[in-house]
Ligand binder design. Structure first.
Ligand code: ZN
Length: 98
């Protein structure tokens, strides 16, 4: 980097393609042995993808294949359940079952 300007790192939500500051997106990472995990620290090794806080993006990520494609994997039922739990934890999705 030749320039030393302050730069806010931006990432793109893999579903809606909106750019946002890296910190305002949620990183998901494909781990070699634990499937797809939410990575709040943003520092885990592995192929990562970002989602914004819109419920529709998480729903589409869970139901469609945009996230799986971005991570170059397929989501197992376990992965989906884990991500859904994370979305509930972050109050992105509401628990409709209860
Ligand atoms: Zn989005």
């Amino acid at each position: 980097m030749a320039q030393r300007l302050k730069h806010t790192p931006e990432r793109t939500c893999v579903v809606c393609r909106q750019k946002a500051a890296k910190r305002s997106l949620i990183r998901l990472v494909r781990t070699p042995d634990q499937g797809v995990q939410v990575d709040p620290s943003g520092k885990r090794n592995g192929r990562g993808a970002y989602l914004c806080h819109q419920p529709a993006c998480w729903q589409r990520a869970l139901q469609g294949d945009a996230l799986a494609k971005a991570l170059r994997t397929t989501l197992t039922a376990e992965d989906r359940a884990r991500l859904q739990a994370a979305a509930l934890q972050f109050a992105i999705l509401k628990d409709e079952a209860s």
